[in-house]
Design a protein around this ligand. Structure first.
Ligand code: GDP
Ligand code: MG
Length: 321
């Protein structure tokens, strides 16, 4: 179908509600990294979806939270900037589980606060995720009622992003709200970020899987070399993992470098899948104390907050590959 609409859509919500899982389900491709650790997503990540007559530029954002580091503040700013540039907002919340599920479903106080931040003129699609976790679907309705008191929604869609159930309806509702316009991206473009960005993300994803507690939050990945031969042969990638303390470095490397090897192998497979070619990945671990609180280090690691790109940058790809 020809594209007659083009919209910028920001996915907003608390950490861990399933925003990145929703992006991946909409793309039908595991582009964004997903993990049970809150604050997995640090950058705004664009995924381009064509749905009916609409080109939907979906911007996944870091979960808005109470920041404890400069990195946290940058992440919140990234999410707010994405919201400001959006034609439509997809606000994701999740069903209450555990102890909270027993009591009468109430809107999460964090959701109410976030929703009050969204300007009255931007249409909001409310997505209630993880409905696969509730046995009694009747419990979802009072939650929807409670949230509807916080603001009006263009649509309310219960989904399970993990099972990709309800995602088509979310896209239907977004498409209707997209303004008329010409497509901004090429027909087969998936994202606007270079592969080297995702290479760093996929290394970080494996760190999130292989370690717990402080290490995932203290780790950042920097691509030092990204050499893509014109002809056949493997892409060579050297990446440095920065952690804040020597103890974290030891945990990450593991006995006999076992853990670091495993991280490298799994990350390499993910990068190979994205690129459709062989990759040779070398990982190094370095202690960079307090990088999360140094503006200079944050900028060097690409967490400048200004990297949100709702509009297309003409001068992208400075040729430093
Ligand atoms: P984000 O921080 O909002 O981006 O959340 P993620 O997409 O990283 O997901 C956080 C966690 O929730 C991960 O462990 C996901 O696998 C899980 N999750 C996401 N969607 C669903 C869902 O529909 N059902 C269930 N049960 N878990 C989900
Ligand atoms: Mg995320």
């Amino acid at each position: 179908m020809a594209i007659h609409r083009a919209g910028r859509v920001a996915i907003l919500g608390r950490p861990n509600v399933g925003k990145s899982t929703l992006l991946n389900a909409a793309l039908e491709h595991p582009l964004a990294i997903v993990s049970p650790t809150p604050q997995t997503t640090r950058d705004a990540i664009l995924g381009i979806v064509r749905h009916g007559d609409a080109e939907i530029a979906l911007l996944d954002t870091p979960g808005l939270h109470r920041p404890r580091t400069e990195l946290g503040r940058v992440m919140n700013r990234t999410a707010r900037e994405a919201a400001r540039g959006a034609d439509v907002i997809v606000f994701v919340t999740d069903v209450p589980t555990g102890r909270a599920a027993g009591s009468a479903p109430r809107a999460h106080p964090g959701d109410v606060a976030l929703l009050s931040d969204v300007g009255p003129d931007t249409p909001v699609v409310l997505v209630v995720n993880k409905v696969d976790l509730v046995k009694d679907k009747g419990l979802v309705l009072p939650l929807l009622d409670a949230l509807s008191k916080a603001r009006g929604f263009a649509a309310i869609v219960p989904i399970s992003a993990r099972k990709a159930s309800g995602v088509t309806r979310v896209l239907d509702e977004i498409a209707k709200l997209c303004p008329e316009g010409e497509p901004r991206y090429g027909a087969d473009e998936l994202t606007d970020r270079p592969v080297r960005f995702f290479a760093a993300e996929y290394v970080r994803e494996q760190i999130l899987r292989a370690t717990k507690e402080e290490v995932p939050h203290a780790a950042a990945v920097e691509i030092e070399r990204f050499a893509e031969p014109d002809g056949p042969g493997a892409v060579h990638i050297d990446a440095t993992i920065h952690v804040e303390r020597a103890g974290q470095k030891k945990i990450l490397i593991g006995a006999g470098a076992e853990k670091l090897k495993r991280i490298g192998t799994h990350a390499r497979l993910r990068i190979e899948e994205l690129m459709g070619r062989k990759v040779n990945l070398k990982l190094f671990v370095r202690v960079t104390p307090a990088w999360r609180d140094s503006n200079r280090q944050l900028a060097e690691l690409g967490y400048s907050g200004g990297s949100t790109r709702p509009e297309r940058d003409e001068d992208e790809e400075p040729g430093d590959e």
